[in-house]
Design a protein around this ligand. Structure first.
Ligand code: GCB
Length: 607
């Protein structure tokens, strides 16, 4: 029993106090998405306390032992239901000024009832995102641990749930760790906590674990593939029903003895594109389970040095964007999310690079409907412990969770597996395995990464370029290197040998909004404008796309210059998400011109 002398000494002397809570990993293999089923939201006010000494693990306070062996009340150092309340979802950094810089463990607590009306079936406890390392405890028992701050996870709690008054304790830790993904060093704010939604998902005993549907990338635009997996083989379920009402598709598909099913059929969907973001509802039912999702049908392909969308060459008119608002940190409100995408549209973009970690699925849904292509990525950023097994497993798991979440979203065309990582042997092995995972999990999209430029040889020199479909190049000529001409040389030396699409995955310069001066005065809007003008002049018509860094100014603990004031100021728009800098119009004019050229070319072709 906790509370005895023996336990108290153990908690003081125990150096390895958390090893019992490193087991039972919650990974992509357990992930189940709601897919239109009824869920019970656990969003709202939760009790919260920072736990800088990890008392939850050291003293096992999740057990809530309040009496000794004789039934007498013992003192405790906590009282969950009387702790302060904070909103879930939210980043704790934005809840109170004292938590702005908090990096450590926070304990969350709430109660809930079993959502099932009949006492059979299963219940999953689902998180859309908790940064970074999360442990779940239900009714005094440890359930499991999830690592990775930006992807969804689900724990089957059927065996622990009580009909009423379940006591849920969740610890979330956002310390920057050596060996983590990302590691300790990165240029964005370390928001922590349960910053995306939490819900319960009641399911029948046999349910559809996955449903994938996509256009077969064979250039015809007329063949569709769908596949499904049950959570377990079930002889009582010989088939499932699948439909796409708007295409008049109704199919009974046999389920194999291993619980999987697949089908290929012909259909003529209107193809999805940024100009024509047509979505279709797909539905499936198997026994008592019914699911539905929205998808769209489009083909993305790299052929030689070109990127083809639905068979036509496309220039990626992009922009990078972090998921952040001044008010809400990473927990954007629906209005802020829409504003982000609308601003990118107004910039003339047809694609966004959602850096440097998976953003909320709500952004992906918006992109599907607003017609915005997406590059999504995992935080394999700068130097990781590429040689460590645990680091690799963490990265691969984040990738699998992201692909599982977004498989049916037509807007996503690129999986980004890394950003500016040093070209070592360990990193090459690590990243080529990730590329292979992408291809195996999802043969319908392209793999990319922001690669390295060799500044001495003046070319993109990165072995990773061999294993990806679209090569990204982050370069800051005009800013970190003041000389623009190097960019010209890099392109001259890279393009003839690469034989693959090359995009500028980042470029830009910092400007303090409202600060004006000469073209060469650092931190002025005029200098930023000049840098982007030069980038467009030199590279605009030689590469397959550009992703200026970045749409909005964003918070970063690395930016200590008074002009920065804790913000990376390379935004084309200030951190209020409203004030546009001079460079915004430069990029906009270029993108509108490119778009016009593409429309004219398409018109000519159709004549
Ligand atoms: C980069 C990084 C990005 C930084 C940016 C900068 O290359 O990929 O995360 O924020 O440069 O502003 O220096």
């Amino acid at each position: 029993m906790a509370g005895t002398m023996k336990e108290d000494y153990a908690n003081i002397l125990e150096a390895d106090y958390d090893s019992a809570f490193r087991i039972s990993p919650i990974t992509a293999s357990a992930l189940v998405r709601p897919m239109g089923r009824k869920t019970v939201s656990l969003d709202g006010e939760w009790n919260f306390a920072p736990d800088v000494f990890d008392m939850c693990f050291r003293k096992k306070i999740f057990q809530e032992v309040r009496t000794d062996d004789h039934g007498r009340e013992v003192p405790t150092d906590y009282d969950f239901s009387n702790w302060e309340k904070i909103p879930v979802p939210s980043c704790w950094n934005t809840v109170r000024p004292e938590y702005t810089y908090f990096e450590g463990t926070g304990i969350y607590f709430r109660t809930f009832d079993d959502p099932r009306t009949e006492q059979n079936g299963r219940v999953l406890l689902c998180f859309e995102g908790a940064a970074d390392e999360c442990r779940l405890f239900l009714n005094g028992k440890y359930i499991g641990r999830h690592v990775g701050g930006f992807t969804p996870f689900a724990a089957d709690i059927t065996d622990e749930i009580l009909p009423k008054g379940n006591r849920l304790v969740v610890t979330v830790n956002n310390e920057r760790k050596m060996g983590g993904v990302p590691d300790r060093n990165y240029d964005w704010w370390n928001y922590g906590g349960i910053f995306r939604s939490v819900f319960l998902l009641p399911l029948p005993d046999t349910y559809l674990k996955t449903m994938h549907c996509h256009l077969v990338p064979d250039g015809t635009g007329g063949n569709i593939h769908a596949d499904f997996a049950l959570n377990r083989p079930d002889a009582a379920l010989p088939s499932l029903h699948f439909s796409i009402p708007k295409l008049s598709v109704e199919l009974d598909i046999p389920i194999g003895t291993d619980g999987t099913a697949s089908v290929d059929f012909s259909a003529r969907p209107d193809l999805w594109s940024p100009e024509h973001p047509k979505c279709y509802r797909i539905l499936a039912s198997a026994g008592k389970d019914r699911v539905s999702e929205e998808t769209g049908f489009r083909e993305i392909r790299a052929e030689g040095d070109r990127i083809l969308l639905n068979g036509k060459e496309i220039f990626l008119r992009g922009v990078c964007c972090h998921e952040e608002s001044n008010l809400n940190g990473r927990t954007l409100s629906p209005t802020e999310r829409e504003e982000m995408m609308r601003t990118a549209k107004e910039l003339g973009c047809n694609v966004m690079r959602l850096t440097h970690y998976p953003h909320d699925e709500a952004s992906v849904r918006l992109a599907d409907h607003m017609g915005m292509l997406l590059w999504e990525e995992i935080p394999v950023y700068w130097a990781l412990r590429f040689e460590q097994k645990e680091t690799y497993e963490n990265a691969e798991n984040q990738l699998r969770e992201l692909i599982a979440r977004d498989y049916n979203h037509p807007s996503v065309i690129l999986w980004g597996i890394g950003n500016e990582n040093p070209d070592t042997d360990a990193r090459y092995r690590f990243m080529s395995r990730l590329a292979a995972v992408c291809r195996k999990q999802d043969p319908t999209r392209l793999v990319t990464a922001a690669c390295l430029v060799d500044i001495d040889e003046k070319r993109v020199k990165d072995r990773l370029a061999d294993c990806i479909d679209v090569v990204g190049m982050n370069e800051y000529y005009g800013w970190y290197y003041r000389d623009y001409d190097i960019l010209q040389e890099i392109l001259d030396r890279t393009l003839p040998v690469l034989q693959k699409p090359l995009v500028i995955s980042e470029t830009g310069a910092a400007a303090d909004a409202g600060d004006f001066g000469g073209d060469e005065d650092l931190f002025t809007e005029n200098h930023q404008k000049k840098v982007l003008q030069e980038q467009i002049r030199i590279a605009g018509n030689r590469v397959n796309g550009m992703f200026p860094w970045i749409l909005f100014d964003f918070r970063s603990g690395q930016r200590l210059h008074p002009k920065q004031g804790g913000y990376n100021r390379k935004g084309l728009v200030a951190e209020d998400h409203k004030t546009r800098k001079l460079a915004f119009d430069v990029v906009r004019a270029f993108y509108l011109q490119r778009a016009k050229e593409e429309t004219n070319a398409a018109l000519q072709e159709s004549r």
